[in-house]
Design a protein around this ligand. Structure first.
Ligand SMILES: [Zn+2]
Length: 270
């Protein structure tokens, strides 16, 4: 599943491909991806230029002349950029024809991805960005401490909750808690100020490094056609069950926290 660093990689890649291009035609093969009437969706998009691409949390925000297109890739959504006329395949659900003679195709095997077309003036107050939490590099210590220490739930579940903090998925929470030396089953109310600080620092560092390396390519996900991340080479615990901890040599174990596969060093994390 693409997490924040992978979505950032998609954003940067798209920026090099589709900026300043105008949408000339839209093919919709699976309308459920778009959260509105398909004729309105096409009619509004045609003739608008792609001016800027931002990211908030795991949402891609494509700024057009009058509207913004907000894309969430969910489990397996991805884009392909091919010459016009390239045959669409089974899992291609939308195809945007561009003024440079290319087509941008949205491909999604699981079909969980979403696109919202919202006017420029409303996109922060309506739709999916309305209640979006801050990212680790946007939140300050006091805010973050308040969010964690009032919760009687496992720290791992708190960090995964996108309403609390945006952009930390399963891989990056495991790596953050390992680097901070915190057992993922500890409850928020028992995390000390010093530990909150360690978690925030570790989260920022992990995400920064992952973005720098283009995200993590494990299992089936790659950010774009042929774009591979390299953060998988930096993972210290995630996917490392049975291997020695890189710090102390204790065997890393895999457990479950709230149903999510969780990798821990029983010696370093307490
Ligand atoms: Zn260890």
């Amino acid at each position: 599943m693409p997490e924040l660093p992978e979505v950032e990689t998609v954003r940067r890649t798209l920026e090099t491909l589709i900026l300043d291009k105008t949408i000339t035609e839209v093919e919709i093969l699976y309308p459920k991806i778009i959260q509105m009437d398909e004729h309105e969706f096409s009619e509004r998009l045609i003739g608008q230029k792609i001016n800027r691409i931002d990211r908030m949390g795991k949402h891609l925000i494509i700024h057009l002349d009058h509207d913004v297109l907000i894309v969430h890739l969910r489990m397996e959504g991805r884009f392909f950029y091919h010459p016009r006329g390239t045959r669409l395949t089974k899992h291609d659900h939308l195809c945007f024809h561009l003024s440079d003679g290319m087509q941008l195709t949205y491909h999604d095997v699981r079909k969980f991805g979403t696109m919202h077309l919202i006017s420029q003036k409303d996109y922060l107050t309506q739709g999916p960005l309305k209640d979006l939490a801050k990212e680790p590099n946007e939140i300050d210590f006091q805010e973050f401490k308040a969010l964690i220490q009032k919760r009687k739930t496992e720290i791992k579940a708190i960090l995964l909750d996108q309403k609390v903090i945006s952009g930390l998925g399963n891989i990056y929470v495991d790596e953050t808690l390992f680097r901070a030396g915190i057992d993922p089953t500890r409850l928020g109310i028992h995390i000390t100020d010093l530990e909150v600080n360690k978690i925030l620092d570790a989260a920022k560092l992990v995400l920064e490094k992952a973005i720098l390396l283009g995200g993590t390519t494990i299992r089936t996900f790659e950010a774009m056609d042929g774009v591979h991340g390299r953060f998988q080479n930096e993972l210290m615990v995630h996917t490392k069950a049975g291997e020695p901890c890189p710090i102390c040599g204790t065997t890393i174990i895999k457990t479950k926290v709230k149903g999510r596969g969780t990798y821990v060093c029983p010696t370093c994390q307490h």
